[in-house]
Write a protein that binds this ligand. Structure first.
Ligand SMILES: [Mg+2]
Length: 260
C-alpha cells in the first residue's frame, strides 16, 4: 500500500517556473485527503511559495504535505504555519568556488545567448543554480533552447573537472544545479524515510526527468516506484488515477472497457 506520493515540482506539478494550475491545485488538495504528499525540487523555498503555495488555498490536509526545497537540504512541514525543520547550507567559500566555476564553464563552452532575463546564477543556500537564459526567461524561449540537453551536457563536461568535490545535475529546462555530493532527489527521499518513517516501498514518485542525467533519476535509483510524466497534464491524470484507487470512489475515471 502506497502511503506517500512524492512529486517533482518544475515540469511535473507546474510548468517550469510557473504557478500551479487551478485544476492541479484542486487535485492536490483531494490527494491530500487520501495520502501524504511530498514535493522535492531543486528550487528554493521562495519558488515553492510562489509556484506551489501561492496557488493552493489554505485547506484542510496541509498536515499531510511535506516540502523539500533544494532536493531536501531544506525540509518544511505545516504546523499551523509553514515551519522549517532544518536547512543544510553550503559555506561561503564553497559558494564562491561554485559561482566562479559556473561562470568560467559557460564562457569556455562558447555557448552564447542573445538575451538573459534576470540573474543567471542563483544562490539557493544549499545549492547554486545556473539558469543560462536567466531566472525570469519566458517559458517558450526556455523550452526551445536545449530540448536535447546537448548544450547543458557540454557545459557540464567543462564544469566537472573544475568542481570535483561537488555534484552537478541538469534541472528544469535551461538550468544546471550544483550541490554537495550526494545531494539529489535520492537524498530527499532518504530524508522523507527518516522524518516520516515511511519506507521507500510505500512511496510513489512522479517526475518529468527520470532518465540518465535527469534530476529526477536519483529518486528512481533510490528504489521508489517512479512514474515518468511528460508534463503537468499527464501528472494530473496520474493523480486522478491514484485518487480513484485509494479514495472513496467518488472520482470517476473513464477508460475503454476491457473484456472480463
Ligand atoms: Mg522537473
Amino acid at each position: 500500500m502506497k502511503k506517500l506520493f512524492v512529486f517533482d515540482l518544475d515540469g511535473t506539478l507546474a510548468e517550469s517556473k510557473s504557478p500551479l494550475s487551478p485544476d492541479m491545485a484542486d487535485l492536490l488538495i483531494e490527494l491530500l485527503g487520501v495520502m501524504k504528499v511530498a514535493v522535492i525540487s531543486g528550487g528554493s523555498w521562495a519558488q515553492f511559495e510562489t509556484q506551489l503555495l501561492g496557488s493552493l488555498p489554505h485547506a484542510e490536509g496541509f498536515e499531510n504535505l511535506f516540502l523539500l526545497p533544494t532536493c531536501g537540504t531544506q525540509f518544511f512541514h505545516f504546523d499551523g504555519e509553514w515551519t522549517k525543520v532544518y536547512s543544510e547550507d553550503l559555506s561561503s567559500e564553497e559558494r564562491n568556488t561554485i559561482i566562479a566555476s559556473l561562470t568560467a564553464a559557460l564562457e569556455e563552452s562558447g555557448i552564447t545567448v542573445e538575451r538573459v532575463w534576470g540573474e543567471a546564477i542563483e544562490d539557493r543556500g544549499s545549492q547554486i543554480t545556473l539558469s543560462v537564459l536567466g531566472q525570469e526567461a519566458p517559458l517558450e524561449v526556455k523550452r526551445d533552447w536545449d530540448p536535447d540537453f546537448s548544450k547543458r551536457r557540454s557545459i557540464i563536461a567543462i564544469l566537472e573537472p573544475l568542481l570535483p568535490g561537488f555534484a552537478i545535475n541538469m534541472g528544469g529546462t535551461t538550468s544546471i544545479d550544483v550541490t554537495k555530493p550526494g545531494i539529489d532527489k535520492a537524498y530527499g527521499i532518504r530524508k522523507l524515510v527518516d522524518h516520516l518513517g515511511i519506507p521507500v516501498a510505500e512511496m510513489l514518485f512522479a517526475g518529468d526527468a527520470i532518465f540518465d542525467g535527469g534530476n529526477d533519476y536519483p529518486a528512481q535509483e533510490a528504489g521508489v516506484d517512479s512514474i515518468l510524466v511528460r508534463d503537468p497534464r499527464e501528472t494530473a491524470r496520474v493523480i486522478q488515477t491514484v485518487i480513484a484507487c485509494l479514495g472513496d470512489g467518488t472520482t470517476q475515471i473513464v477508460s475503454p472497457g476491457r473484456p472480463t
